[in-house]
Design a protein around this ligand. Structure first.
Ligand code: BGC
Length: 721
């Protein structure tokens, strides 16, 4: 399609329609009642809605085709709609929440999962997914930490790029390739007090150094679209933030793809007190660099006036429209408006055995073994197993943002254990609900009876899926008193107990960790959750996940992260409460977290040996080889995530105590050892210096290697320039 020619033939109304995205409900002829409400709230007529260039929140191939027919029939140039959707961690077959995927430290697995999700979505008519979410997250109170891969810029960047590769495949040329949209630009993950949609205050230094690299990695991986965040950054809503959109994104990064606002974000600038009215909102957003407006119609309604007043130019409108037409063209929509949408392929692919096997593997690799005092793995010969707790039979374990995923498709822990141990007697009781309710009373009698009689107890605790995600911030992160009472009673009557904890964020597990012999954190594991959990507990699979987000001891430690800055008055031992004053301490608890970034156990012990660096100097022309030998001293096949950190000992600006620079996931048979070799270059040592340049500075660097961000071996090298 010659899109330049098409553009030249389009009326202004048609062009503005291309810059407007409306909910699928607006296209349904048979849904007048529903249309009238929202349509009038947006200030447009029903016929206007049909001009819009893209839509979201439709359901499946049939729906998509109907809407595409309706929209194209109404459009003077029969321009097909773009169909977008939040495919965040699977479409119908759901893999763990992205925070869990972060714990896999596995780019190949992430890419494979995104590919699978894209394929299922493509046959349901999706062209663009609003994923990956690359907001760096360091405060577990924020409900949307579940959507991010975690707290570290390096890890997030690598996994973000893997998501993009998985979705976009062969540059959108493959039948099942879909476009990705990185979000929420920028720093949406740092709202004050961990409360969703709240203001973000960061220095430009911290923004550039820590919060932007993840988005940038996705742009370097070729992501097609980007979504500014709802929040203000330094007092300016991202939607009209010229530093972010104009200077950094369009200018420094030369991003020429589509910038789409978040849901109703143009109009929310009025609430922020930055736009005076809808017309002003459109002016601010477009002049900052936005192209498409999601779920409001300020561009559609007011751009003509703004053009007449010289506040916008036709060149701006045309450039934005061309970006939209270009994406449609490269997706092949002008030739084939249904693209891959196919009811038959939906039936074949959604929840097919291969997809279920993949998400089960992902759920296994995302789970993190936090504690194990010799209890796990349970014997597969166990005759009587008790599966106790609010998540024992709970099907709501797929997690927030599961798109077309359904609770009813999910395998519960109870079903997983029963399927794995067909000859065992597997009994269950709930004991209490998952409600975040301080006053709920547990029902302990039956739980105690089952626990007392069992060979092994699986105690399923945690946080319900709807208690995380958008809008669901929390001011407390503890397990409820009822869940703790249940845990105490069960553990008292059976020491062969392992807690399986569901959660969309790091919960505070300090009290539980003191009493429970074993703890497996499974996040919201998705469709195959119960099967994955059973295989892990009974030794058919070996835990290998490592935390991509620090677990606090108490909510008062939030935000907490490993890559913190030095303080001039550090405590001597962060693991104990410091008695002497005038140092960076808490009076009532240690400053160290309960579990650090990068931490996770296995059924094996891995030893680290022969840590060497190829030289004691590093130069721009001579990278450093950092080697370590890792040995599996255990009895199981297993995977280990080997981590490389650095510390810049002296620089023109204070540097973090540790920074992750590389990692490797290796697989080892019992008794096997392997050499892991990392290459560290001068580029890896660059940062935003005091004079604002991105450069390295000569001097000493400590190099660390180890199994997590606390247990590290180190050596010092010198950067010569
Ligand atoms: C969320 C976005 C999402 C959009 C469309 C918004 O409320 O913040 O992450 O992509 O809705 O569903």
């Amino acid at each position: 399609m010659d899109i330049q020619k098409l553009l030249s033939e389009m009326t202004l109304q048609e062009k503005l329609g291309q810059l407007t995205q409306l909910n699928a409900i607006f296209f349904k002829h048979d849904n007048t009642a529903d249309i009238t409400g929202p349509t009038s709230r947006l200030g447009i007529e029903e016929s206007d809605a049909l001009y819009s260039g893209s839509t979201l929140n439709f359901i499946g191939a049939k729906d998509m085709k109907e809407i595409q027919d309706i929209a194209m029939a109404a459009q003077p140039h029969k321009i097909p709609l773009l169909f977008m959707q939040d495919v965040i961690h699977g479409y119908r077959t759901i893999y763990p929440i992205p925070l869990g995927m972060g714990c896999t430290f596995d780019e190949e697995l992430v890419e494979e999962c995104a590919r699978m999700a894209g394929k299922e979505a493509a046959v349901s008519g999706v062209h663009v997914t609003f994923s990956p979410m690359l907001d760096l997250v360091r405060d577990a109170r924020w409900g949307r930490v579940m959507e991010s891969t975690g707290e570290d810029p390096h890890l997030n960047g690598r996994l973000g790029a893997a998501f993009v590769r998985g979705y976009q495949g062969n540059h959108l040329q493959g039948k099942y390739d879909i476009a990705a949209c990185v979000k929420h630009f920028a720093a949406y993950g740092a709202p004050e007090a961990g409360r969703d949609y709240n203001a973000v205050e960061l220095s430009e230094h911290t923004l550039r150094e820590t919060y932007l690299p993840g988005y940038r990695a996705c742009i370097d991986a070729g992501v097609e679209m980007i979504m500014p965040s709802f929040n203000t950054v330094g007092g300016v809503p991202s939607t009209c933030n010229r530093l972010l959109l104009d200077r950094i994104l369009r200018g420094e990064w030369a991003f020429d793809g589509i910038v789409i606002s978040d849901y109703n974000a143009y109009r929310e600038m009025i609430r922020h007190g930055v736009a005076e009215n809808e017309k002003h909102a459109a002016e601010l957003a477009i002049n900052a660099g936005c192209d498409v407006e999601m779920m409001s119609a300020t561009t559609y309604l007011y751009a003509q006036e703004l053009l007449a007043e010289g506040k916008l130019t036709m060149a701006q409108i045309d450039r934005a429209v061309l970006r939209v037409l270009d994406l449609k063209n490269r997706l092949g929509l002008f030739e084939n408006p249904y693209r891959a949408a196919s009811e038959q392929e939906e039936a074949e692919l959604h929840l097919c055995p291969a997809h279920r096997a993949l998400v089960r593997r992902a759920a296994e690799e995302a789970s993190v073994l936090l504690k194990n005092e010799g209890v796990l793995p349970f014997s597969q010969k166990a005759k009587k197993v008790a599966v106790i707790g609010p998540f024992a039979k709970e099907k709501g374990i797929k997690g927030f943002w599961s798109c077309a995923g359904r609770d009813e498709d999910c395998v519960t822990v109870l079903s997983g254990v029963r399927a794995l141990l067909p000859d065992a007697e597997v009994a269950t009781v709930k004991g209490c609900s998952w409600a975040v309710d301080e006053t709920a009373v547990p029902d302990l009698d039956e739980a105690i009876e089952l626990a007392s009689e069992a060979d092994a107890v699986v105690l399923c605790l945690g946080e319900y899926q709807e208690h995380t995600g958008e809008g669901n911030s929390r001011a407390t992160l503890n397990l409820s008193p009822a869940q703790m009472a249940l845990a105490r009673a069960v553990i008292k009557h059976n020491k062969n107990t392992a807690a399986v904890i569901f959660g969309g964020r790091p919960l505070v597990l300090t009290d539980l960790a003191e009493i429970v012999p074993a703890m497996l954190y499974v996040w919201q594991p998705g469709t195959e959750g119960g099967n994955a959990v059973a295989r892990l507990l009974f030794g058919k699979a070996n835990p290998s996940g490592k935390l991509s987000m620090t677990f606090p001891r108490a909510v008062g430690q939030c935000p907490i992260y490993y890559s913190r800055m030095h303080t001039g008055r550090p405590v001597k031992d962060p693991k104990v409460v410091t008695q002497s004053g005038y140092c960076s301490r808490y009076l009532d608890m240690p400053v160290a977290p309960l579990y650090p970034f990068g931490y996770g156990l296995s059924y094996n012990t891995y030893t680290y040996d022969n840590f060497t660096v190829s030289d004691d100097k590093i130069t721009p022309d001579a990278p450093l080889e950092v080697a370590v030998t890792v040995k599996n001293e255990g009895a199981y096949e297993g995977k280990e995530i080997v981590q490389l950190y650095i510390r810049d000992k002296f620089a023109s600006v204070a540097r973090p105590v540790l920074e992750l620079k590389d990692f490797a996931k290796i697989e080892l048979a019992p008794g096997e050892s392997a050499a892991v070799i990392f290459t560290l270059t001068e580029e890896d040592l660059r940062f935003h210096t005091a004079d604002g340049t991105f450069a390295s500075e000569r001097g000493e660097f400590e190099i660390f290697v180890g199994p997590d961000s606390e247990r590290l071996m180190s050596t010092t090298v010198y950067l010569e320039k």
